[in-house]
Design a protein around this ligand. Structure first.
Ligand code: SF4
Ligand code: SF4
Length: 143
């Protein structure tokens, strides 16, 4: 069943498709960090009407979080933010084609701020960059 979600007014996926590269899709046996074979890059899904439930239900942080401005559009920043509420994790999927993306501003400062808040809340902030998982701490990063 599709979730009820509230997309920030004015936000949309136009010209993006970054999640179709960076995230896995179990229903398609699609691994992370590889373009979905059904993706028309930066245009949309070639199987939109029949796309998997995972895709139908997915909304990235840029679409849902009004505190993230237009600089956070994944097609621009090469970062896809997701929040895994059950795991208590904020995930930042970094495009390996731009490995320094999360270290650039304003992203780096915001990610460190999330990490600081996460400690107090018992959450984690994690960067995924290909197979590399980086746990972000408020003042230092450890691989
Ligand atoms: S990464 Fe976000 S904005 Fe981009 S296509 Fe996916 S859901 Fe839409
Ligand atoms: S099926 Fe469509 S929406 Fe889902 S990952 Fe592939 S291109 Fe993207």
């Amino acid at each position: 069943m599709s979730q009820q979600v509230e997309v920030v007014p004015g936000r949309n996926c136009d010209g993006c498709t970054m999640c179709c590269k960076l995230l896995s899709v179990a229903e398609l046996d699609k691994p992370p960090v590889s373009w979905c074979t059904l993706c028309d890059v930066k245009v949309g899904c070639n199987a939109y009407a029949g796309r998997p439930t995972e895709c139908r239900d997915f909304y990235c942080g840029y679409l849902l979080d009004p505190t993230l401005d237009e600089r956070w559009k994944p097609s621009h920043c090469k970062l896809v933010v997701t929040r895994e509420e059950q795991l208590g994790e904020t995930l930042i999927h970094n495009d390996p084609a731009r490995p320094d993306a999360w270290r650039r501003e304003p992203f780096h400062s915001q990610i460190l701020a999330w990490a600081g808040a996460a400690v107090a809340q018992g959450r984690k902030v994690i960067i995924w960059q290909g197979d590399a998982k980086i746990a972000v701490l408020p003042e230092a990063q450890t691989a």
